[in-house]
Write a protein that binds this ligand. Structure first.
Ligand code: A3P
Length: 274
């Protein structure tokens, strides 16, 4: 049996696969999976479960919009199709390519304290290496140069310099097309963030505080409604290595100017300590 053909045929009448009207563009380790799963509780949202990498991967992009559309879930008229690929935020060609598909698209960017994001990114890279039986060099060795300065060439350091990437998006899109979501608050009080997103997407308030419950063992919120009950898997909410406080302070100082520029550009400040 060709499953693709089957999936194409077995679906509610009136539904079809549609290109996304909303994309979560990043940032890597910002809480993109939690955001997608939480939004999916809303009956007007249909998510693509996979990271499609359609706009950042040249080979995939060359397959065309019809290929991309077929990757999307079935949706009823009026429902919103949403995809997330965190690599979009940091890849140069992506804003133009998305604009070419839909110039009035809505974009969600979820960010988190840049130092925490860096440590989270390192933890993921270390976990992936460990799976292959190879250790990743220590944090300090990758994130700092031999002269003690922050290593701006290290990709995980760079990704947390949000203002640099945001600029490129604001050259292509109006600022009212991009909603910046607090990944820190999505962890501590997901309901409040989701409420703002419903407004931004023009959706009725459907997601309630009661949809979230704190899972003590996991240390994070999970989500449920009448039909689903979802906690993220063990790759989300990893234990972070303890980094010496002098290094943390150094990193905080390093990111301060970029953070200030970012607050200005998005018109929202975050409690990212200096
Ligand atoms: P850590 O694993 O470092 O804690 P992404 O999905 O973009 O890769 O982001 C992963 C991060 O989402 C996790 O990083 C975690 O902190 C955060 N997160 C936010 N809400 C979460 C939730 N309800 N359950 C698990 N992780 C959550």
């Amino acid at each position: 049996i060709n499953l693709d053909i089957l999936r194409e045929r077995v679906h509610f009448i009136q539904t079809k696969r549609r290109l996304p009207q909303v994309i979560i563009i990043g940032v890597r380790k910002g809480g993109t999976r939690a955001l997608l799963e939480f939004l999916n509780v809303h009956p007007m949202i249909q998510k693509s479960s996979e990271e499609e990498h359609f706009f950042d991967n040249d080979a995939r992009h060359s397959l065309g919009l019809e290929w991309y559309r077929r990757k999307m879930p079935f949706s009823f008229p009026g429902q919103i199709t949403i995809e997330k690929s965190p690599a979009y935020f940091i890849t140069d060609k992506v804003p133009e390519r998305i604009h070419e598909m839909n110039s009035s698209i809505k974009l969600l960017l979820i960010v988190r304290d840049p130092v925490t994001r860096l440590i989270s990114d390192y933890s993921q890279l270390a976990a992936n290496k460990a799976k292959k039986g190879k250790p990743l060099p220590p944090f300090e060795e990758l994130v700092f140069k031999s002269d003690g300065q922050v290593n701006m060439n290290y990709k995980a350091v760079k990704i947390s310099m949000y203002s640099i990437y945001l600029k490129k998006w604001l050259k292509v899109f109006n600022d009212n097309q991009i909603l910046v979501v607090s990944g820190d608050q999505l962890i501590s009080d997901p309901f409040l963030e989701l409420k703002q997103i419903e407004d931004f997407l023009g959706l009725k308030h459907y997601i309630k505080r009661e949809n979230f419950y704190y899972n003590k063992t996991k240390g994070f919120f999970c989500v449920r409604n009448e039909t689903l009950d979802k906690c993220l898997n063990d790759s989300k909410g990893r234990k972070h290595p303890v980094i010496p406080s002098v290094l943390i302070s150094k990193l905080r100082r390093f990111y301060t100017p970029y953070n200030r520029e970012f607050y200005r550009a998005v018109g929202r400040s975050f409690a990212w300590l200096e």
